[in-house]
Design a protein around this ligand. Sequence first.
Ligand code: F0G
Length: 351
Amino acid sequence: THQWRGIIEEYRDRLPVSADSPVVTLREGGTPLVPAQVLSERTGCEVHLKVEGANPTGSFKDRGMTMAITRAKEEGAKAVICASTGNTSASAAAYAVRAGMVSAVLVPRGKIALGKMGQALVHGAKILQVDGNFDDCLTLARSLSDNYPVALVNSVNPVRIEGQKTAAFEIVDMLGDAPDIHVLPVGNAGNITAYWKGYREYAADGVATHTPRMWGFQASGSAPIVRGEVVKDPSTIATAIRIGNPASWQHALAARDESGGVIDEVTDREILRAYRLLAAQEGVFVEPASAASVAGLLKAAEQGRVDPGQRIVCTVTGNGLKDPDWAVAGAPQPVTVPVDAATAAERLGLA
Ligand code: F0G
């Protein structure tokens, strides 16, 4: 009887739904805010991880998708469409099933993690692999939703942002106030837009005394906002944020400037280092894109740009199981042993 009810029921008065809205939910949200001991020691700050990989389909997208699919159903849509680097498509496919709708997803060919593809497939999405990048997929999805009877559920749909802002509410509700800094990875820039909206709303209503500085990190090979220009052929191992022309670019700049924050970049090497640190030292397995937030925090700390004593939240956006290739790559092969305790003990260094 005390189960978390999903973000729409938990935050109904702060979301654009009515009493008659046909709520489509997998009980998303209510994700762990985990104190990060090693990161706190390294930065001299109080660092927490908002573990969004604990959502029903394994990423933060579910917060926006419960809103987008609820709205689509309310408006009588029979089909939904999205462009995706993987997580949005997994989420759209699952929520469409709950709503009894058909989902269509457009993904960049060869550039989405296997786990995410598996999710879209098993939930019965109609998948097109587009010969192009995410930005091309989004252009195509917009054009199809403009011209055919299919609702667009990308974060350019404003109700997606409404749903995703609830992560900021949860953080303030847990900590008792807003953190000093909020760090997150930036791809299409919907999520940084959403958090900033959530924090502003809570501050405006006096639930929080202040808003945090927003720190966003792009992957170096896909850093249009940092460069100030569209990246035609974005590249990074963090396929989730392999985006060269973010739809919410201007909103991301607003979040940065209004909050006194920064949008910077991290290299793939820095991302992988943070990815391994999170798994090996904090016990939190995330997908590579998610580690961009932590990589950015560590980089800033090493450059002396993080004053000690602050309260910092890093969002880690997606579950590590979605893209396990990077966990396996470069790791030593497990040793094979016979069914023999003495040998096993010896190989484990116990004897
Ligand atoms: N982290 C993960 C795991 C993501 O899947 C995404 C975006 C981001 C970070 C960046 O968030 O786009 O709001 O700035 N994934 C989208 C997708 C593009 O299609 O799943 P953003």
